[in-house]
Write a new protein. Structure first.
Length: 326
Protein backbone atom coordinates (compact mmCIF):
# COMPACT_ATOMS: atom_id res chain seq x y z
CA UNK A 1 0.00 0.00 0.00
CA UNK A 2 1.83 3.13 -1.18
CA UNK A 3 2.54 5.61 1.62
CA UNK A 4 0.53 3.65 4.18
CA UNK A 5 1.77 1.29 6.90
CA UNK A 6 -0.13 -1.94 6.20
CA UNK A 7 0.56 -3.26 9.72
CA UNK A 8 -1.15 -0.23 11.26
CA UNK A 9 -4.11 -0.64 8.90
CA UNK A 10 -4.47 -4.27 9.97
CA UNK A 11 -4.16 -3.41 13.67
CA UNK A 12 -6.93 -0.81 13.39
CA UNK A 13 -9.24 -3.09 11.43
CA UNK A 14 -8.47 -6.26 13.43
CA UNK A 15 -11.56 -6.11 15.73
CA UNK A 16 -13.92 -5.83 12.74
CA UNK A 17 -12.05 -7.96 10.22
CA UNK A 18 -13.88 -11.28 10.77
CA UNK A 19 -17.27 -9.62 10.18
CA UNK A 20 -15.98 -7.57 7.24
CA UNK A 21 -14.48 -10.65 5.59
CA UNK A 22 -17.63 -12.71 6.07
CA UNK A 23 -19.83 -9.94 4.66
CA UNK A 24 -17.53 -9.32 1.70
CA UNK A 25 -17.21 -12.99 0.77
CA UNK A 26 -20.93 -13.73 1.03
CA UNK A 27 -22.33 -10.93 -1.12
CA UNK A 28 -25.04 -12.34 -3.39
CA UNK A 29 -24.30 -12.90 -7.06
CA UNK A 30 -24.37 -9.80 -9.23
CA UNK A 31 -23.76 -10.29 -12.94
CA UNK A 32 -22.17 -6.93 -13.76
CA UNK A 33 -18.85 -5.45 -12.65
CA UNK A 34 -18.97 -3.09 -9.65
CA UNK A 35 -16.69 -0.09 -9.11
CA UNK A 36 -14.88 -0.42 -5.80
CA UNK A 37 -16.30 2.78 -4.31
CA UNK A 38 -19.63 0.99 -4.01
CA UNK A 39 -17.91 -1.74 -1.98
CA UNK A 40 -16.41 0.90 0.32
CA UNK A 41 -19.91 2.18 1.04
CA UNK A 42 -21.56 -1.19 1.50
CA UNK A 43 -18.87 -2.38 3.92
CA UNK A 44 -19.00 1.03 5.65
CA UNK A 45 -15.26 1.50 5.39
CA UNK A 46 -14.40 4.89 6.81
CA UNK A 47 -11.08 6.78 6.64
CA UNK A 48 -8.98 6.87 9.78
CA UNK A 49 -6.08 9.16 10.62
CA UNK A 50 -3.61 6.88 8.86
CA UNK A 51 -5.46 5.23 6.00
CA UNK A 52 -8.40 5.56 3.64
CA UNK A 53 -11.09 3.27 2.29
CA UNK A 54 -8.89 1.98 -0.54
CA UNK A 55 -6.28 0.75 1.96
CA UNK A 56 -8.91 -0.80 4.23
CA UNK A 57 -10.29 -2.84 1.33
CA UNK A 58 -6.74 -3.82 0.35
CA UNK A 59 -6.20 -5.09 3.89
CA UNK A 60 -9.34 -7.23 3.71
CA UNK A 61 -8.28 -8.70 0.35
CA UNK A 62 -4.70 -9.40 1.49
CA UNK A 63 -5.84 -11.07 4.70
CA UNK A 64 -8.23 -13.35 2.81
CA UNK A 65 -5.57 -14.21 0.21
CA UNK A 66 -3.01 -15.09 2.86
CA UNK A 67 -5.54 -16.88 5.03
CA UNK A 68 -4.18 -15.10 8.08
CA UNK A 69 -2.73 -11.86 9.34
CA UNK A 70 -1.35 -10.01 12.33
CA UNK A 71 1.24 -10.89 14.94
CA UNK A 72 0.93 -13.47 17.71
CA UNK A 73 3.28 -11.64 20.06
CA UNK A 74 1.27 -8.44 19.70
CA UNK A 75 -1.93 -10.47 20.08
CA UNK A 76 -3.30 -9.27 16.74
CA UNK A 77 -3.02 -12.63 14.97
CA UNK A 78 -6.06 -13.67 12.95
CA UNK A 79 -6.86 -16.87 11.08
CA UNK A 80 -9.39 -16.46 8.28
CA UNK A 81 -12.37 -18.81 8.20
CA UNK A 82 -11.49 -21.76 6.00
CA UNK A 83 -14.58 -21.11 3.85
CA UNK A 84 -13.01 -17.88 2.61
CA UNK A 85 -9.26 -18.33 3.08
CA UNK A 86 -6.83 -18.29 0.16
CA UNK A 87 -9.28 -16.93 -2.39
CA UNK A 88 -7.32 -16.00 -5.52
CA UNK A 89 -9.85 -13.36 -6.68
CA UNK A 90 -9.05 -14.17 -10.31
CA UNK A 91 -11.65 -14.41 -13.08
CA UNK A 92 -10.85 -18.01 -14.02
CA UNK A 93 -13.48 -20.76 -13.71
CA UNK A 94 -11.21 -22.41 -11.13
CA UNK A 95 -12.01 -19.67 -8.62
CA UNK A 96 -14.54 -21.60 -6.55
CA UNK A 97 -15.16 -18.68 -4.21
CA UNK A 98 -16.86 -16.79 -7.07
CA UNK A 99 -15.46 -13.45 -5.91
CA UNK A 100 -13.16 -11.75 -8.39
CA UNK A 101 -11.70 -8.34 -9.08
CA UNK A 102 -9.47 -6.62 -11.60
CA UNK A 103 -7.73 -3.22 -11.52
CA UNK A 104 -8.83 -1.34 -14.61
CA UNK A 105 -8.67 2.15 -16.08
CA UNK A 106 -6.79 5.30 -15.27
CA UNK A 107 -5.64 6.15 -11.80
CA UNK A 108 -8.17 7.86 -9.55
CA UNK A 109 -7.85 9.86 -6.35
CA UNK A 110 -8.63 7.93 -3.17
CA UNK A 111 -8.62 9.23 0.38
CA UNK A 112 -5.40 8.26 2.16
CA UNK A 113 -6.64 9.12 5.66
CA UNK A 114 -7.65 12.26 7.51
CA UNK A 115 -4.02 13.19 8.20
CA UNK A 116 -2.77 12.45 4.69
CA UNK A 117 -3.36 13.67 1.18
CA UNK A 118 -5.07 11.59 -1.46
CA UNK A 119 -3.39 8.66 -3.18
CA UNK A 120 -3.56 7.93 -6.91
CA UNK A 121 -4.51 4.31 -7.62
CA UNK A 122 -6.04 2.31 -10.46
CA UNK A 123 -9.60 1.45 -9.34
CA UNK A 124 -10.62 -2.15 -8.78
CA UNK A 125 -13.77 -3.62 -10.27
CA UNK A 126 -15.49 -6.51 -8.49
CA UNK A 127 -17.62 -9.40 -9.64
CA UNK A 128 -19.69 -11.57 -7.31
CA UNK A 129 -20.89 -14.86 -8.70
CA UNK A 130 -19.52 -17.37 -11.21
CA UNK A 131 -19.68 -15.06 -14.24
CA UNK A 132 -20.59 -11.63 -15.58
CA UNK A 133 -22.89 -10.80 -18.49
CA UNK A 134 -19.98 -9.31 -20.46
CA UNK A 135 -16.37 -8.16 -20.19
CA UNK A 136 -15.68 -5.05 -18.14
CA UNK A 137 -14.51 -3.07 -21.18
CA UNK A 138 -17.78 -3.86 -22.96
CA UNK A 139 -19.82 -2.90 -19.90
CA UNK A 140 -18.21 0.54 -19.70
CA UNK A 141 -18.67 1.16 -23.40
CA UNK A 142 -22.36 0.25 -23.12
CA UNK A 143 -22.82 2.63 -20.18
CA UNK A 144 -21.05 5.46 -22.04
CA UNK A 145 -23.50 5.01 -24.92
CA UNK A 146 -26.54 4.61 -22.68
CA UNK A 147 -26.05 7.80 -20.65
CA UNK A 148 -24.92 9.90 -23.62
CA UNK A 149 -21.27 10.12 -22.60
CA UNK A 150 -19.59 8.66 -25.68
CA UNK A 151 -18.22 11.21 -28.14
CA UNK A 152 -18.95 8.72 -30.93
CA UNK A 153 -22.59 9.74 -30.67
CA UNK A 154 -23.92 12.62 -32.74
CA UNK A 155 -25.04 15.69 -30.81
CA UNK A 156 -28.78 15.02 -31.03
CA UNK A 157 -28.43 11.41 -29.89
CA UNK A 158 -26.10 12.40 -27.06
CA UNK A 159 -28.44 15.06 -25.74
CA UNK A 160 -31.50 12.83 -26.13
CA UNK A 161 -29.93 10.02 -24.11
CA UNK A 162 -28.66 12.39 -21.44
CA UNK A 163 -32.19 13.70 -20.98
CA UNK A 164 -34.01 10.38 -20.98
CA UNK A 165 -31.87 7.60 -19.54
CA UNK A 166 -32.97 8.27 -15.95
CA UNK A 167 -36.63 8.05 -16.98
CA UNK A 168 -35.83 4.76 -18.68
CA UNK A 169 -34.11 3.54 -15.53
CA UNK A 170 -37.19 4.24 -13.40
CA UNK A 171 -39.63 2.79 -15.99
CA UNK A 172 -41.19 6.21 -16.55
CA UNK A 173 -42.21 7.89 -19.81
CA UNK A 174 -38.82 8.08 -21.53
CA UNK A 175 -39.56 9.77 -24.86
CA UNK A 176 -38.86 6.64 -26.87
CA UNK A 177 -35.69 5.53 -25.05
CA UNK A 178 -36.95 1.96 -24.55
CA UNK A 179 -38.41 1.82 -28.05
CA UNK A 180 -35.48 3.32 -29.97
CA UNK A 181 -32.32 3.72 -27.91
CA UNK A 182 -32.33 0.31 -26.21
CA UNK A 183 -32.46 -1.76 -29.43
CA UNK A 184 -29.87 0.54 -31.03
CA UNK A 185 -27.45 0.03 -28.13
CA UNK A 186 -28.20 -3.71 -28.08
CA UNK A 187 -27.44 -3.95 -31.79
CA UNK A 188 -24.18 -2.03 -31.47
CA UNK A 189 -22.84 -4.41 -28.82
CA UNK A 190 -24.67 -7.55 -29.95
CA UNK A 191 -21.46 -9.43 -30.76
CA UNK A 192 -20.08 -8.91 -27.24
CA UNK A 193 -23.19 -10.08 -25.38
CA UNK A 194 -23.44 -13.78 -26.16
CA UNK A 195 -24.54 -14.55 -22.61
CA UNK A 196 -27.56 -12.27 -23.04
CA UNK A 197 -28.38 -12.66 -26.74
CA UNK A 198 -28.46 -16.32 -27.65
CA UNK A 199 -30.92 -15.94 -30.54
CA UNK A 200 -29.82 -14.55 -33.93
CA UNK A 201 -30.94 -11.14 -35.17
CA UNK A 202 -33.96 -10.93 -37.42
CA UNK A 203 -32.72 -8.47 -40.03
CA UNK A 204 -36.20 -7.99 -41.48
CA UNK A 205 -36.60 -5.43 -38.73
CA UNK A 206 -33.34 -3.56 -39.37
CA UNK A 207 -33.72 -0.78 -41.92
CA UNK A 208 -31.23 1.64 -43.45
CA UNK A 209 -32.36 5.25 -43.76
CA UNK A 210 -31.62 7.59 -46.66
CA UNK A 211 -28.81 9.15 -44.65
CA UNK A 212 -27.23 5.72 -44.09
CA UNK A 213 -28.29 5.50 -40.45
CA UNK A 214 -29.80 2.30 -39.10
CA UNK A 215 -33.29 2.02 -37.68
CA UNK A 216 -33.30 -0.92 -35.27
CA UNK A 217 -36.68 -2.25 -34.18
CA UNK A 218 -37.17 -4.16 -30.93
CA UNK A 219 -38.62 -6.93 -33.13
CA UNK A 220 -35.11 -7.62 -34.46
CA UNK A 221 -34.40 -9.31 -31.11
CA UNK A 222 -35.97 -12.04 -29.08
CA UNK A 223 -38.19 -9.95 -26.80
CA UNK A 224 -37.34 -11.91 -23.64
CA UNK A 225 -33.63 -11.46 -24.31
CA UNK A 226 -34.09 -7.74 -24.96
CA UNK A 227 -35.98 -7.35 -21.68
CA UNK A 228 -33.13 -9.17 -19.94
CA UNK A 229 -30.70 -6.75 -21.57
CA UNK A 230 -32.76 -3.81 -20.27
CA UNK A 231 -32.41 -5.19 -16.74
CA UNK A 232 -28.67 -5.63 -17.19
CA UNK A 233 -28.38 -2.11 -18.62
CA UNK A 234 -29.99 -0.63 -15.51
CA UNK A 235 -27.58 -2.59 -13.32
CA UNK A 236 -24.59 -1.50 -15.42
CA UNK A 237 -25.50 2.18 -15.15
CA UNK A 238 -25.56 2.04 -11.36
CA UNK A 239 -22.57 -0.26 -10.81
CA UNK A 240 -20.31 1.62 -13.26
CA UNK A 241 -21.05 5.12 -11.98
CA UNK A 242 -20.63 6.92 -8.72
CA UNK A 243 -23.96 8.69 -8.99
CA UNK A 244 -25.73 5.39 -8.33
CA UNK A 245 -26.37 3.62 -5.05
CA UNK A 246 -25.89 -0.08 -4.38
CA UNK A 247 -26.80 -1.96 -1.21
CA UNK A 248 -27.61 -5.49 -0.12
CA UNK A 249 -30.99 -6.13 1.48
CA UNK A 250 -32.55 -9.49 2.39
CA UNK A 251 -29.91 -11.39 0.45
CA UNK A 252 -30.26 -9.44 -2.78
CA UNK A 253 -28.76 -6.37 -4.42
CA UNK A 254 -30.81 -3.19 -4.50
CA UNK A 255 -29.72 -0.47 -6.90
CA UNK A 256 -30.93 3.08 -7.48
CA UNK A 257 -29.86 6.33 -9.09
CA UNK A 258 -29.37 9.63 -7.31
CA UNK A 259 -30.24 13.10 -8.52
CA UNK A 260 -26.62 14.18 -8.27
CA UNK A 261 -25.38 16.20 -11.24
CA UNK A 262 -22.88 14.28 -13.34
CA UNK A 263 -19.35 15.66 -13.58
CA UNK A 264 -16.16 14.91 -15.47
CA UNK A 265 -14.65 11.48 -14.72
CA UNK A 266 -11.79 10.84 -12.37
CA UNK A 267 -10.66 8.20 -14.84
CA UNK A 268 -11.56 6.54 -18.11
CA UNK A 269 -11.17 3.07 -19.48
CA UNK A 270 -10.25 1.35 -22.70
CA UNK A 271 -13.49 0.15 -24.23
CA UNK A 272 -14.58 -1.28 -27.58
CA UNK A 273 -15.07 1.31 -30.26
CA UNK A 274 -18.38 1.51 -32.11
CA UNK A 275 -18.16 -1.22 -34.70
CA UNK A 276 -21.70 -2.38 -35.37
CA UNK A 277 -23.03 0.73 -37.11
CA UNK A 278 -22.67 -0.58 -40.65
CA UNK A 279 -25.73 -1.34 -42.72
CA UNK A 280 -26.91 -4.93 -42.62
CA UNK A 281 -27.89 -6.57 -45.89
CA UNK A 282 -31.16 -8.42 -45.23
CA UNK A 283 -30.13 -11.47 -47.24
CA UNK A 284 -31.45 -13.79 -44.58
CA UNK A 285 -33.95 -13.29 -41.80
CA UNK A 286 -31.73 -14.79 -39.09
CA UNK A 287 -28.05 -14.04 -38.74
CA UNK A 288 -25.30 -13.47 -36.21
CA UNK A 289 -22.47 -11.33 -37.46
CA UNK A 290 -18.84 -12.24 -36.96
CA UNK A 291 -17.52 -10.33 -33.92
CA UNK A 292 -15.34 -7.41 -34.99
CA UNK A 293 -11.87 -7.11 -33.53
CA UNK A 294 -11.54 -5.17 -30.30
CA UNK A 295 -8.32 -3.22 -29.95
CA UNK A 296 -6.67 -4.23 -26.70
CA UNK A 297 -4.48 -1.86 -24.76
CA UNK A 298 -0.96 -2.52 -23.57
CA UNK A 299 -1.31 -3.75 -20.01
CA UNK A 300 2.41 -3.21 -19.43
CA UNK A 301 2.34 0.56 -19.91
CA UNK A 302 4.64 2.66 -17.79
CA UNK A 303 1.71 4.28 -15.98
CA UNK A 304 0.33 0.93 -14.88
CA UNK A 305 -3.06 1.69 -16.49
CA UNK A 306 -4.64 1.01 -19.83
CA UNK A 307 -4.21 3.07 -22.97
CA UNK A 308 -7.19 5.35 -23.53
CA UNK A 309 -8.71 5.69 -27.01
CA UNK A 310 -9.23 9.24 -28.25
CA UNK A 311 -13.00 8.99 -27.96
CA UNK A 312 -12.76 8.40 -24.20
CA UNK A 313 -10.14 11.03 -23.34
CA UNK A 314 -11.31 13.59 -20.78
CA UNK A 315 -11.17 16.33 -23.40
CA UNK A 316 -13.53 14.35 -25.62
CA UNK A 317 -16.13 13.54 -22.98
CA UNK A 318 -19.23 15.63 -22.35
CA UNK A 319 -20.21 16.78 -18.85
CA UNK A 320 -22.12 13.51 -18.48
CA UNK A 321 -19.66 10.75 -17.83
CA UNK A 322 -19.00 7.39 -16.24
CA UNK A 323 -17.71 8.65 -12.93
CA UNK A 324 -18.96 11.35 -10.62
CA UNK A 325 -16.76 12.64 -7.82
CA UNK A 326 -18.10 12.01 -4.34
Amino acid sequence: MPGVNSHKVFAELRPKLPDLIAKFMTFPAFDVWIHERHIHKILRLTPSATHGQYHALSCIITTITNGKGGNKRQKTYLTVDSSYAHCTFDVSPHNMHHVAFQPYGRQESFDAGTLNTTVQMVPRWFRFGPSSCCELSTQLAIVADAIGSSSELDDSTRKRRQLNFKSFYYHKEDDGYSRNEVPTIAYKFFDYLHIIFKSPLNTQFIATGKDGSLNISRRAFDERELLYFEGMLRKMIVASTQHGNLRVSNGDWVESLTDRVFSLPTGATDTPRATNTQAVTPASTNTRRQPPTIRRSDSNSSTGSNTIPDWLLLSQLSEFSLYCTY
